[in-house]
Design a protein around this ligand. Structure first.
Ligand code: KIV
Ligand code: ZN
Length: 376
């Protein structure tokens, strides 16, 4: 496997298509700057033909002078392509439905017409000296021979990179591997993947596509996007780095900060057990785990990924599953020293409180310790 992979972020395009999400222009600019700091290679800023406001926003992001490539989305229609060109983007991502189900029921074009439209679009983009990515929308439900035919046609027209979207998130990981491997063997330009998360396997499918030869992955921050969302950037990147030993330009120490920004602006809250950036991703409560982690962190953490790598912190939680080591450590952090008997008494009182269904914060622990130590 070629170890260097590029990351295409579509938080501001597919991510903003999350039902109920609408970002202001100022928020989009701030996210764009944050994604630049995070180190993504390409940022899909929006779909310029969709509205005047969207066009102004894509133009504003394209003129920010960011290090990354700014991309605009366009159907294979001249007016969409011209709207992108007008925004001054570095790359145009042009797409058309290739599966029979979408082709017949939405765009109502023959297979031949679709190939011609795709080739014309790529030629128009390349005439303007802009980088071009072509997506065969619904590729995972498209007849394979036809998919290879259209990919080959756009390659011959000068396309820089092709995208294999799992538009409705129905592909299995092994199916994704086989599909991308077939495409990899059939074309001579880089392959990108765009996986939706309808069955919760967008990240697994993206990684299988990489194993099969894809060199670029499309992701969003916090996995937001149409319906159940897209492949989560933090999960894809940390898996690539830590499990596969691959490299990207992502500065992983900004992953948590970026996740919080997008959570805040979109109002889409992430559950505490979210991998990598969730509040509990590096939190430990049970006695056996905290004892192990306090002794040597990788006893009950992956080790190949630490909280520091992603801008997070390890947390020891005092609750009904807590043990002596955790309570002792937490008291030590508060400069409270105890005898063994006092520690046992504090632990027993803490468990009594937790068993009543209450959460124990530092202030509660401090209060219990003060009572036991007779400081009140
Ligand atoms: O899911 C999809 O197929 C898309 C395309 C525009 C690539 O978002
Ligand atoms: Zn999509």
């Amino acid at each position: 496997m070629n170890k260097r992979k590029t990351i295409f972020d579509t938080t501001l395009r597919d991510g903003e298509q999350t039902p109920g999400v609408s970002l202001t222009n100022e928020q989009k600019l701030k996210i764009a700057r944050q994604l630049d700091k995070l180190g993504v290679d390409v940022l899909e800023a929006g779909f310029p033909i969709s509205s005047m406001g969207e066009r102004q926003n894509v133009r504003a992001i394209a003129s920010e002078g960011l290090r990354l490539d700014v991309c605009g989305l366009a159907r294979v229609l001249p007016k969409d392509l011209d709207a992108c060109i007008d925004c001054g983007v570095d790359m145009i991502h042009t797409f058309v439905s290739t599966s029979d189900i979408q082709r017949i029921h939405t765009i109502k074009k023959s297979r031949e017409e679709v190939v011609t439209m795709a080739v014309d679009a790529v030629e128009r983009i390349k005439e303007h000296g802009v980088k071009c990515m072509f997506s065969a929308m619904d590729a995972t439900r498209t007849d394979l021979d036809y998919l290879l035919e259209i990919f080959k046609a756009v390659e011959n027209a000068g396309c820089d990179i092709i995208n294999v979207p799992d538009t409705v998130g129905v592909m299995s990981p092994s199916g994704m591997y086989t599909l991308v491997r077939n495409v990899y063997n059939g074309v001579n330009i880089p392959i990108d993947v765009h996986c939706h998360n309808d069955f919760g396997i967008a990240v697994a499918n993206s990684l299988m596509a990489v194993e099969a030869g894809a060199s670029q992955v499309q992701c969003t921050i916090n996995g937001i996007g149409e319906r159940a969302g897209n492949a989560n950037l933090a999960e894809v990147v940390m898996s690539l780095h830590s499990i596969y030993g691959a490299k990207t330009d992502i500065n992983t120490e900004y992953l948590l900060e970026t996740s919080k920004m997008v959570e805040n602006y979109t109002g889409i809250h992430i559950p505490p057990n979210t991998p990598i950036v969730g509040d509990n991703a590096f939190a430990h409560e049970s006695g056996i785990h905290t004892h192990g982690v306090l002794e040597q962190s990788d006893t009950f953490e992956p080790g190949i990924m630490t909280p520091e790598m992603v801008g997070h912190k390890r947390r020891i939680v005092i609750g009904k599953h807590a043990g002596r080591h955790a309570v002792k450590k937490s008291l030590g952090d508060m400069d409270i020293e105890t005898t063994d008997e006092q520690l046992d008494e504090i632990l027993s009182r803490v468990k009594d409180i937790a068993n009543k269904g209450k959460r124990i914060c530092d202030a509660d622990l401090h209060a219990v310790a003060s009572t036991v130590l007779g400081r009140n």
